[in-house]
Ligand binder design. Structure first.
Ligand code: ADP
Length: 465
């Protein structure tokens, strides 16, 4: 794999390039366009002053206003008509224009349609031997049948020295900004890159379930969140790993029992021909069936992991389905200290895959049988009305489940630490399979429990008729 540049170097590179680009742009714009911008600004302020004056002419007490206009905009104003000739804003170049020049300006202004900009107007000051370049904007208006020539002028400051000063400052500015960029890069590296590096290092242990979040100095909210997500993932990996081992142990245990029975009974029938009777052969068949159910459930688990469970849905009587499940357990519970009851509400028709729903119920009932250490056990398979649904439940008086475990028992491979017993019917692979099956049906499900008192597992169905 091609060696990748580190984030720190990339970051520094980007910052330096960014700074150089910005400073370069400012340098280019200022040195190339400063003159241009300055001229445009001057001309537009001359024009706007001339416009204000032409708007104000005819109003009372304009003298003071014009003076202000001139001073605020640093321009000189001269108004010339047949009768009057006024200059505003103190000493200015326009004051010294002789009548010939003024007439020339007036004529050219009229010729240009009433407005004209005289740029680089070379003006020889009376007391100054060097001529001065000025901008004059002239506007000819007609007020009360009288022609008035408005002239607004401004001196032009040569910018060459300014630009030269700016240029010499740029090197200093670039140097300072680069230093600041370096400090910024160090700070970013400290607060952002360091936690990333630490988290990255630690995550290499994730696959082994050995991520240690406490050694990461997070610093900010986002890193703390990332760290805790990885810690949770680590916890899940450990949990899954433990559970997989346990599952494997349980499954092999569940496989071995029927296999031992099949081999034992088979050998007995082979060696003792008088034992070749229906009862013994039925034991072999029953145990083989149990094996086949277990294998089917294992296949389901793997399908579930790939999200491909096909449902064979049909409309069936709910009570009929529950009665059939009840009868399957009835014989098993007879003669034992297990009180199994069926409490049914009025019948409804549900749309479900009968085999799968039975599988869920078997799992609930098997758990009720398995997780009960009381002398006399009681299990109720029943239905009740609940919030517009019909709730199907399996209630037992068993060991119950702690509040903290209630949410987790549906997780794949989750087991509350207890001794594993052999399941009576079905494989007992678990609530996670039941959850996937109920989800695939779209039936809401849940569990309630009080440790030492009861557990109730349920799902909600609706009448489709
Ligand atoms: P398994 O029964 O194979 O352990 P399940 O997924 O069926 O797996 O059940 C998960 C866990 O939930 C069980 O290990 C058990 O601790 C708990 N549990 C399930 N049903 C009951 C119940 N009726 N009473 C008490 N605990 C239960």
């Amino acid at each position: 794999m091609k060696k990748k540049t580190s984030l720190r170097v990339q970051l520094l590179g980007i910052l330096v390039a960014f700074v150089l680009a910005i400073v370069g742009l400012i340098y280019f714009v200022q040195t190339t366009f400063l003159d241009d911008f300055y001229m445009r600004y001057k001309v537009s302020s001359l024009k706007s002053v001339a416009q204000s004056i032409s708007d104000l002419i005819g109003e009372d007490d304009t003298e003071e206003l014009f003076d202000h206009l001139g001073m605020n905009n640093e321009v000189c104003i001269r108004l010339v008509s047949n009768e009057e000739d006024f200059c505003y804003s103190g000493a200015c170049t326009l004051r010294n224009l002789d009548h010939n020049t003024i007439n020339l300006i007036a004529a050219e202004t009229v010729e240009s349609g009433g407005e004209k900009l005289f740029d680089n107007f070379r003006y020889q000051h009376r007391f100054n031997e060097h001529p001065e370049d000025v901008y004059i904007f002239a506007k000819m208006i007609n007020y009360d049948d009288e022609d008035i020539l408005i002239m607004v002028s401004s001196g032009i400051t040569p910018l060459n020295t300014t630009i030269a000063t700016l240029k010499s400052q740029y090197l200093l500015i670039v140097g300072i900004i680069l230093m600041m960029t370096l400090v910024l890069a160090l700070l970013i590296s400290r607060f952002i890159l360091k936690p990333i590096k630490q988290i990255n290092e630690e995550s290499k242990n994730l696959s082994k379930g050995a991520y240690d979040g406490s050694s990461v100095r997070t610093g900010s909210k986002e890193f703390a969140e990332l760290n805790s997500t990885l810690e949770n993932a680590n916890e899940d990996i450990l949990k899954a790993d433990r559970a997989k081992k346990e599952l494997l142990g349980n499954v092999s245990h569940d496989l071995r029992t029927p296999l031992t029975m099949i081999v034992g009974y088979g050998e007995m029938i082979r060696d003792l021909p008088e034992e070749n009777n229906e009862e013994n052969i039925n034991v072999i068949i029953e145990e083989a069936k149990r094996l086949s159910v277990l294998v089917d459930d294992l296949v389901d688990i793997s399908k579930m992991q790939d999200n491909v469970i096909d449902l064979n849905r049909e409309d069936v009587s709910l009570n009929g389905l529950l009665e059939s499940v009840y009868h399957q357990y009835e014989r098993y519970c007879e003669g034992k200290n297990i009180d199994l009851k069926l409490k049914l509400n009025e019948d409804i028709t549900i749309n479900a895959d009968v085999k799968r729903i039975k599988q869920v119920l078997y799992n609930f009932i098997n758990n009720s049988l398995n997780y009960n250490s009381k002398e006399s056990q009681s299990i109720v398979i029943g239905t009740e009305k609940y919030d517009g649904f019909t709730r199907v439940y399996v209630l037992d008086n068993g060991d119950g489940i702690e509040e903290k475990d209630l949410d987790n028992i549906w997780d794949r491979y989750y087991k509350v630490d207890k001794e594993h017993k052999r399941h009576q019917i079905g494989s007992g692979i678990g609530l996670s399979l039941s959850r996937e099956l109920l989800k695939a049906h779209g039936f809401p499900y849940g569990a309630e429990s009080s440790p030492g008192e009861f557990s109730k597992f349920y799902f909600d169905v609706q009448d489709v008729k």
